[in-house]
Design a protein around this ligand. Sequence first.
Ligand code: HEC
Length: 144
Amino acid sequence: MKSSIIWLGTLLLVLIMALAACGGDSGGDSAPASDAGSAETSASADTNLPTGDVAAGEAKFNEVCIACHGPGGEGVEGLGKPFTTSDFVTSQSDAELLAFVKVGRPVGDPANTTGIDMPPKGGNPALTDQQLMDIIAYIRTLHE
Ligand code: HEC
């Protein structure tokens, strides 16, 4: 009687150890599944423009663009054109304005009206798309 209980106990112990070993194996390969989501987010960020923030744009404009386009974008004679009367700004989509500001409008461009260079990114190559979209949101508020 006593020996059969020990027997059963040993059998159970072996079974439990075997089950635990199986569970440990199959648990190992579930981890990499979570990577798929982040790849999707960065792909959609390329096609959607960041939303511009007017207040942040005003601050950046006052650092970078104000030298030529004047306070409040009223323009500076002999430098940048005014935004207060610019139908160019109103006629362009956000994507078009972003593309424009990145390239600028050199004197050699047939569309240049002043004989003065509009430098790419206002001469500040470090500006990001987000910062440029902020500035664009701001200059859209300047038209009178
Ligand atoms: C070094 C001077 C200078 C700086 C700095 C500058 N611009 Fe300009 N920008 C110009 C000039 C000059 C023109 C007009 C070019 C022409 O004759 O068509 C212009 C034109 C533009 C136009 C087109 C306006 C229109 O009605 O045709 C936009 C938009 C513009 N600039 C945006 C910006 C932004 C945004 C910044 C800051 C990131 C900036 N500029 C910085 C000189 C400058």
